[in-house]
Design a protein around this ligand. Structure first.
Ligand SMILES: O=C(O)C1=C[C@@H](OP(=O)(O)O)[C@@H](O)[C@H](O)C1
Ligand SMILES: C=C(OP(=O)(O)O)C(=O)O
Length: 420
């Protein structure tokens, strides 16, 4: 079956800020329409950027400013980490006073490496000492120059600075330390290049020249993190799921999740324009995997790991504690409620497979906890979610699509059990 996966959040929000920075009109085809991207789009509108949407939302058209914004404003980031990390650098290249705010969930997430870097580059920032937001940026352009950026808590600080760099007065050279989620930086650089930026990479140094962005039309790929739930569902139900539009040459590191499923016994085919996962007779465990580069998908694996034939250890994911929830703790808590044994360290979790009992999953307003445990629910009876609607952050239609593709709970046959 073919899954209908909406557009990539990360590509949509990068394309929005790049198009807003560019001269001319850019059209984004198949953008993600969800809480995170609508918040981002509305933030740009509040900054004076014209964004028009086709009646069916199949495309968004952005008339760029060709520079940073002027005139100040109030920016509501909602729950979107990308809005809080990509938009302060953009406004700092302009003029005026900008106040950023967001939900309590977003306020609890780190921002200080970015605000320190912006201060070094000439922005005046006033922040609440107890929380990341609200934050005021008094902008009068950014100098560029040299900068060291600790990037161990999130890669989004670096992405935000890089995307603003062509609007700075002089070239920006960033020395990056402890980078997590590296594929997102590759995505940032690739999309900047699509919009005409000149970037250079040498070891841990990244340089960007000041040069105007050019408007570009862009087709947004389906979201690879979202696709992970459907691939995992195929892997635990001996079914075949294809995601058209996601293939070799994808900009998204999270497509690498299918390699983890391959390790777990699934058959995987990736062609130029689609990816297919076919579930094997049993989910294979007994491996240890570093998911630091693809940490949004670690919960997808952890949630199906109780069904495996041996323990699975996932490591390299300390930064996943700083997202919509402390994701290592939230996964361990929910697996514990289901009667599954886990062992947790600062940057890792081991899941010991075993039978599950019914439980109500505590989503912690984290869309990925809700989506990952819904996949386990296809096999484990009696799983309910305390907040099913939190999936709207990245995929409002998630539950409808999962039940369209997997309409009945999966019951393993005797044959299936014999393979285990
Ligand atoms: O740049 C991006 O679009 C993202 C980067 C990742 O965050 P970190 O760099 O904080 O791991 C990822 O978790 C998030 O969903 C999207
Ligand atoms: C971490 C996430 O989102 P963000 O950082 O963009 O809020 C996510 O979507 O899993």
């Amino acid at each position: 079956m073919k899954a209908r996966i909406p557009g990539s959040k990360s590509i949509t929000n990068r394309a929005l800020v790049l198009a807003a920075s560019a001269h001319g009109t850019s059209r984004l085809t198949a953008p993600l329409v969800s809480d995170d991207t609508v918040a981002f789009r509305e933030a740009l509108t509040a900054l004076g950027v014209r964004v028009t949407t086709a009646a069916d939302d199949a495309s968004w058209t952005v008339t760029g400013l060709g520079r940073g914004p002027r005139g100040g404003g109030r920016i509501w980031c909602a729950d979107a980490g990308t809005a809080a990390r990509f938009l302060p650098p953009f406004v700092a290249t302009g003029e005026g006073s900008y106040v950023f705010d967001g939900t309590d969930q977003l306020k609890a997430r780190p921002l200080h490496p970015l605000t320190r870097a912006l201060t070094r580059l000439g922005a005046r920032i006033t922040a609440d000492p107890a929380a990341a937001l609200p934050l005021t940026v008094d902008a009068d352009g950014l100098t560029g120059g040299e900068l060291a950026l600790p990037s161990g808590l999130s890669s989004q600080f670096l992405s935000g600075l890089l995307m603003a760099a062509p609007l700075m007065r002089a070239p920006l050279r960033v020395r990056v330390h402890d980078l997590v989620s590296r594929p997102y930086i590759d995505m940032t650089l690739a999309l900047m290049t699509r919009f005409g930026a000149r970037t250079e990479e040498s070891g841990n140094d990244l340089s960007v020249d000041p040069a105007p962005y050019r408007a570009t039309d862009l087709a947004v790929e389906p979201d690879a993190s979202t696709a992970s739930y459907f691939f995992a569902a195929a892997a635990v139900t001996v079914r075949e799921i294809t995601v058209p539009g996601l293939g070799l040459g994808s900009l998204q590191g999270d497509l690498g999740f299918v390699d983890v499923l391959r390790k777990a016994g699934a058959t995987v085919r990736v062609t130029d324009d689609e990816t297919t996962v076919i579930g094997g007779p049993a989910l294979r465990g007994g491996f240890d995997v570093d998911m630091g580069n693809i940490s949004d998908t670690f919960m997808t694996l952890a949630a199906i790991a109780p069904l495996a034939d041996a323990p699975i250890t996932i490591r390299g994911i300390a930064h996943a504690r700083l997202k919509e929830s402390d994701r290592i703790a939230a996964v361990a808590e929910n697996l514990g409620e289901l009667g599954v044994t886990t062992e947790v360290g600062p940057d890792r979790i081991t899941v010991v497979p075993g039978p599950t009992r019914p439980a109500r999953i505590a989503c912690h307003r984290d869309h990925r906890i809700a989506m990952a445990f819904s996949v386990l629910g296809l096999r484990a009876p009696g799983i309910t979610l305390d907040d099913p609607d939190c999936v709207a952050k990245t995929f409002p239609g998630f539950h409808a699509e999962l039940s369209r593709l997997f309409p009945t709970p999966f019951a393993p046959t005797d044959d299936f059990e014999e393979h285990r």
